[in-house]
Design a binder for this molecule. Structure first.
Ligand SMILES: CC(C)(COP(=O)(O)OP(=O)(O)OC[C@H]1O[C@@H](n2cnc3c(N)ncnc32)[C@H](O)[C@@H]1OP(=O)(O)O)[C@@H](O)C(=O)NCCC(=O)NCCS
Length: 205
């Protein structure tokens, strides 16, 4: 198995493979089954989609990782909005983990987003992992979730110096993230059947 990989924009013909990869990486991790493959599927057809920031890691012709950023908003006052990027989902195939692929995808998107002129990135994720790339608790910038909360997993990063200096308010990701269980069930029928952990297994997670 080759340890080398390249990061490049996703192509149309990659889409199904990417969705299978995302489903495999997220399955039963944060909830029974997962919905991240549907979120990415919808993102591509939405106004929040930025094709340059939808990327894969490829190794020996195989797609082994995927990451995406979408347009999102911080509502800073009456009818005032500041555009930011929402980072994620990020997925690396389980056999290819801990080889720097996730890091390379994150660094690629941070670099490319900055070059494109985006000013800041927001995400929900593990602070131990994302802290290494410069993400900080969003509280530091005065940004809360849409429901006004702050917690360690809710993080932000400036892509330009002091870009968030005068920006504070509530963060709203695009509506593509709001998928229902029924929509996920229906979409999931396109993929090979996979058993989900049951509610009785919840205490393990
Ligand atoms: C998170 C994920 C993308 C990391 O991919 P990866 O290619 O293995 O990442 P890297 O090789 O760049 O980094 C690996 C390091 O991060 C750590 N790490 C991986 N996932 C982590 C997590 N969720 N929280 C904290 N640390 C994590 C590993 O332990 C490893 O640490 P080390 O370098 O000290 O050995 C991959 O584990 C994955 O697809 N997970 C399932 C989906 C998911 O949770 N996505 C992120 C949602 S926020």
């Amino acid at each position: 198995m080759c340890d080398c990989f390249v990061v490049r924009p996703e192509r149309e013909q990659d889409r199904e493979r990417v969705e299978r990869l995302i489903r495999g990486a997220f399955w039963d991790v944060y909830r029974p089954g997962c919905n991240e493959h549907l979120i990415v599927h919808r993102m591509r057809g939405s106004a929040c989609f930025v094709p340059e920031l939808n990327v894969v890691a490829e190794s020996d012709g195989r797609i082994v990782g995927h990451a995406i950023c979408s347009r999102a908003q911080v509502e800073t006052g009456c009818d005032k909005r500041f555009e930011v990027l929402c980072f994620g989902p990020l997925a690396v195939s389980s056999e290819f983990r801990c080889r720097g692929i996730g890091s390379a995808l994150i660094e690629y998107l941070i670099g490319e987003a900055g070059r494109m002129g985006f000013r800041a990135m927001v995400l929900f994720g593990n602070p131990d992992y994302y802290g290494k790339f410069g993400f900080r608790d969003a509280r530091h910038f005065g940004i809360t979730t849409s429901s006004g909360e702050n917690f360690a997993a809710f993080m932000a990063m400036e892509l330009k110096e002091e870009a968030l200096k005068d920006v504070s308010g509530r963060f709203f990701e695009d509506a593509v993230f709001h998928v229902t269980d029924e929509e996920t069930e229906r979409f999931d029928r396109r993929f090979p059947f996979r058993k989900k952990r049951g509610a009785q297994d919840n205490e393990r997670f």
